[in-house]
Design a protein around this ligand. Structure first.
Ligand code: CO
Length: 210
């Protein structure tokens, strides 16, 4: 059987099972969605947000791109963010990166990869901002640390958007979380959290001195 046919068959089986367990499952969804968090993650097939957090349909609003970047001119991401924060009124935004990230590895390599090099420039910037720390590490530790620093940098980018700044001023939400997923253990480690208070006090201090 072709992969695309198999996917459709799996879908039929899943839909049947969901209705068997909960006859109103899909009826509820037709009425609308009320997820409580926005997940910004990497496109990597091994890091499926719903699966690794056991979230059900309706629980997670999701945006994914290569290397989980928050680029302030990315209209796609900003539209997702605005809808999540202003219309869905979510309380948490999670930027979740992962170790073994091919996007970060590619950005740190000396080779070119075509079109995606332009996108990965944003990861190269993270290296430039943190070069002293990265270069001081043994070579086998550099990628993992870059992955963590990339998550931190993307969280700051998020905090600085007009959407988050005005939501913080008006509603004191959402909280921003930087997480990293470990492919070896399947576990997520929280790295940092930004709230309206923390960002304005200590975290902005870190930013200025980075
Ligand atoms: Co990745």
């Amino acid at each position: 059987m072709k992969k695309n046919e198999q996917l459709l068959l799996e879908n039929k089986a899943w839909a049947r099972e969901m209705v068997e367990n909960d006859p109103n499952f899909f009826l509820r969804h037709v009425k609308g969605q009320k997820p409580d968090f926005l997940w910004i993650g990497c496109s990597d097939s091994r890091v499926s947000p719903d699966t690794i957090t056991q979230s059900q349909p309706g629980e997670a609003f999701i945006h994914r791109n290569v290397a989980n970047l928050v680029v302030p001119t990315d209209l796609n991401l900003l539209s997702v963010l605005q809808y999540a924060v202003e219309v869905l009124e979510i309380n948490h935004v999670i930027v979740c990166g992962h170790y073994e990230c091919g996007g970060v590895k590619a950005a740190m390599s000396q080779t070119t990869h075509g079109l995606i090099d332009g996108w990965l420039q944003h990861v190269k910037d993270v290296y430039r901002f943190n070069r002293a720390e990265i270069d001081a590490l043994p070579e086998d530790k550099r990628i993992n640390r870059m992955i963590e620093l990339n998550i931190r940098e993307q969280l700051y980018n998020l905090a600085k958007t007009n959407i988050i700044q005005s939501a913080w001023k008006r509603h004191r939400r959402p909280h921003l979380h930087g997480w990293v997923y470990n492919l070896e253990s399947g576990l997520i480690d929280p790295l940092l959290e930004l709230t309206p208070e923390s960002f304005l006090d200590e975290e902005i201090y870190v930013l200025k001195n980075a």
